[in-house]
Unconditional design. Structure first.
Lengths: 393, 381
């Protein structure tokens, strides 16, 4: 095998003691980069095992995607052999990814593993994920995906003020924490090369969402005026784009915000049959204020829609692009998967006879992540791994 | 570690900021006309808050990449760098002579991070993109709304941009680690499209495995029950039971312990199937008491729960502060700014958050340092 074909994390052993989205997804992506991942579960196991929808064989689709490519061990309550197994696994590991707290880790026989540097394994990188942070008055408080979205103020930017809250349907707290956790492991492994020292890295769902909110935090710090499109979104009505004959679209001339404007707007409105807007004093001649996130876009939406509803989304999107603006229909997932662009990027990979999974999210010219199939059933590899590391059953 | 960042707006620049927060020296190269985010509203004392928060931990250099002299300087700087970040629209960077082939020839160790909207191949490769465009294209918006709604955009622009940045940073770190064994860098292509799908990892997985399109469910989810916002006497409480233990605890907290033994709700899958029946029992109970009551009750029973918070509450929240989840930066001329905190807290090698530079503030120093490096290299050659 040439140097190029060697996986980045080829010799890296990861022990994952985590449930849900964040920890398992991070460990899964480390596995895609070549790490050997062993998942440790106790009790009923990872709660995503019980989360619908289920695949034909009864496996949870989310559980499968989050845990493919791993081997799994289960330890019971009051299970000395199980604790010995986990301890031995961690002693041989390079990385632990966990969402367990200090007490829970100690109860598994891993006391001290989440010290700043683990005294009994100083080279170990430990990524510890909590819900709302390791310190502070609410340390240890359990909060879910939707709870983290609410605490971080995300639910204020969807739905309608005064009506029941809605969430972001994507697991943004879990997935963003998974991405940050993967970064943390890679960065800590880089740092370890210098001095052979590992360390603990803390992450939390709430912290991830607030880090990802930096644009909005900055915008609300002490603004000169509250007229920008990025502030006040919490009180705006739901945003569903511009209606067409079929799917709604969103489009912009003049960049998203702020920029000088793209010259194509006048030609676009002429081509689409809206020349009358050229003489309408409410419309600037670049489209900057009335398209995209422009401050007048919402109020003047109906003016565009009068003509848009006569055309398909596809047609209008093509027209906008033709004149240098940017646009997209609000695609469904089915639509997206049929797009030539989606095909061209090779975004999904076949991992099993009838299962596909998302490829590694970065296309790398030298590194070749491998998207592995098959997720472990609860405790599937407990014996096998016990034998491998020299522990009798 | 040294990073040269010629990207503008959001998705590219935040990659440099994150690498800076991990300890890299990051040189932001900006055109004389300025990065557009300087004028994106809102402004704080005249400077775009986006510019300030997306360019933390950088040195500011102004170069005119349209001039041959400045292009050479940029190329020389890139030759001294470990990472190069760019997000020009398709093909532009090659015309500027700063494409991967050119940089790799000058510096084979370079990790070249190229950020785009739709990727670098395919029919949309040259299309420009923006956060709200990708929310629509990637179907991210199709996951949001009340039950029965078709879609709703996240009115929190920049989220997909920043998602692209974090995915790119993951790639850069993987490539740097790879370089430790191979000795050479590589080119990374990061698209907003793939990043937006990574943020939908679980929903896309469900769709790929079951061919069932995900749909909006208000504050609830397809995978868990109960899991969402429940109205109380005076506001909403966000509560979730992930497994049977938390379900039993939930039943105890709402003083309906018999529900834990109800066959309709015996497993999470059964609870999801009987969503309406479960809510019919639970909603009136929770509505009868105030949200703080429920917070105490759920907390006492170890049930995940939370209240919604707005900016002013978050900004001074002890939990947020004690964990450094937001940070205050003193930008000098533009006043104090609240930004997102470090996403990772390294126990042994903590990062730091430094204010963004005044545009071009470090041009002279960075160019003088480049001259020194070149002289040193000439001497040793």
């Amino acid at each position: 095998m040439s140097a190029q074909e060697r996986a980045v994390l080829q010799d890296v052993h990861v022990v994952e003691i985590a449930s849900g989205v964040a920890g398992p997804m991070a460990a899964c992506r480390l596995g895609d980069l070549g790490a050997t991942v062993t998942k440790v579960e106790s009790g009923e196991g990872d709660w995503t095992r019980g989360a619908p929808p289920f695949m034909r064989d009864g496996t949870s689709a989310a559980y499968f995607a989050l845990n493919r490519g791993k081997r799994g061990v289960r330890i019971g309550d009051d299970d000395a052999a199980g604790r010995a197994l986990v301890r031995r696994l961690v002693e041989r590991a390079d990385v632990v990814v966990t969402d367990r707290n200090t007490a829970s880790l100690a109860a598994m026989g891993l006391a001290g593993v989440d010290d700043d540097i683990c005294a009994w394994h100083p080279e170990l990188v430990v990524v510890q994920i909590s819900d709302v942070g390791r310190a502070g008055p609410q340390a240890g408080k359990p909060v879910s995906e939707v709870g983290a979205q609410a605490m971080a103020g995300y639910t204020r930017y969807v739905g309608t003020l005064g009506e029941p809250s809605i969430r972001l349907g994507a697991d943004v707290a879990g997935c963003s924490t998974a991405i940050f956790a993967t970064q943390a492991v890679l960065a800590a492994l880089l740092a370890r090369r210098a001095n052979r020292r590992g360390q603990r890295v803390d992450l939390s769902l709430l912290n991830s969402l607030l880090s990802m909110k930096t644009v909005h935090l900055a915008a609300q710090s002490d603004p000169d005026a509250y007229e920008g499109p990025r502030v006040g979104g919490a009180y705006d009505p739901p945003e569903r784009g511009w209606k067409t004959a079929d799917a709604p679209i969103t489009f912009a001339f003049g960049g998203a915000v702020g920029a000088e404007g793209r010259p194509g707007w006048t030609q676009f409105v002429e081509a689409i049959g809206l020349s009358r807007l050229l003489a309408d004093p409410r419309f600037d001649k670049t489209g900057r204020l009335t398209t995209g996130l422009g401050p007048k876009a919402r109020e003047l939406k109906a003016e565009y829609e009068q003509e848009f509803v006569r055309h398909s989304a596809k047609e209008i999107v093509a027209r906008v692009r033709e004149f240098g603006g940017f646009a997209s229909a609000y695609l469904t997932h089915d639509d997206l998967f049929r797009e030539p662009q989606f095909e061209a990027l090779d975004i999904v990979r076949q991992v099993d006879d009838d299962v596909r999974a998302l490829a590694f999210p970065v296309k790398m010219s030298a590194t070749r992540p491998v998207i592995r199939g098959s997720a472990p059933s609860l405790g599937q590899h407990t014996r096998e791994i016990a034998r491998e590391i020299g522990l009798a059953e | 570690l040294r990073v040269v960042d010629v990207s503008i707006m959001a998705a590219g620049p935040w990659v440099g900021a994150l690498l800076g927060q991990l300890g890299a020296e990051v040189i932001k190269i900006e055109p004389p006309a300025g990065d557009g985010t300087r004028w994106v509203e809102p402004l704080q004392r005249g400077m775009g808050t986006n510019y300030m928060c997306l360019n933390l931990n950088k040195k500011g250099v102004v170069l005119d990449l349209k001039s041959a002299t400045d292009r050479q300087v940029a190329l020389d700087l890139a030759a001294t760098a470990d990472v190069f970040i760019q997000n020009f629209r398709g093909g532009v960077i090659d015309r500027l002579g700063l494409g991967y082939a050119a940089l790799c020839a000058a510096n084979p160790r370079i990790v070249y991070c190229s950020v785009s909207g739709f990727g670098e191949s395919g029919p949309l490769a040259k299309e420009a993109c923006a956060d709200f465009i990708m929310q629509a294209y990637s179907a991210f918006a199709r996951l949001n709304g009340r039950p029965g709604d078709e879609l709703e955009a996240f009115r929190f622009t920049g989220f997909i941009d920043l998602t692209t940045s974090v995915v790119a940073t993951e790639g850069v770190l993987a490539a740097l680690l790879e370089r430790e064994s191979t000795g050479v860098g590589q080119k990374l292509e990061v698209s907003m499209l793939q990043a937006a799908l990574e943020m939908q990892y679980t929903r896309v997985a469900e769709m790929l495995a079951t061919a069932t399109a995900p749909r909006p469910l208000g504050s609830q989810s397809a995978g868990l029950m109960p899991d969402g916002a429940y109205a109380t006497l005076d506001g909403e409480v966000f509560v979730t039971a992930h497994d049977n233990a938390q379900w039993s605890a939930f039943c105890a907290a709402i003083e309906r312990p018999e529900l834990a033994h109800d066959a309709r709700f015996a497993t999470n899958a059964r609870r999801v199937e009987n969503r309406a029946a479960l809510d019919a029992l639970v909603v009136p109970v929770i509505r009868a008491r105030p949200m703080i009551w429920w917070m105490r009750a759920f907390e006492r029973h170890g049930v995940p729960c939370a209240l919604a918070q707005h900016f002013e509450a978050l900004r001074y929240n002890a939990q947020v502060r004690d964990n450094g989840m937001v940070a205050d930066v003193d930008t000098g001329d533009w006043g104090r700014l609240v930004v997102g905190g470090l996403p990772w807290k390294f126990a042994a090698t903590p990062g730091a958050i430094e204010p963004s530079p005044r545009p071009g503030a470090d041009t002279e120093a960075v160019l003088a340092d480049l001259t020194h490096r070149q002289a040193a290299r000439a001497r040793s050659a």
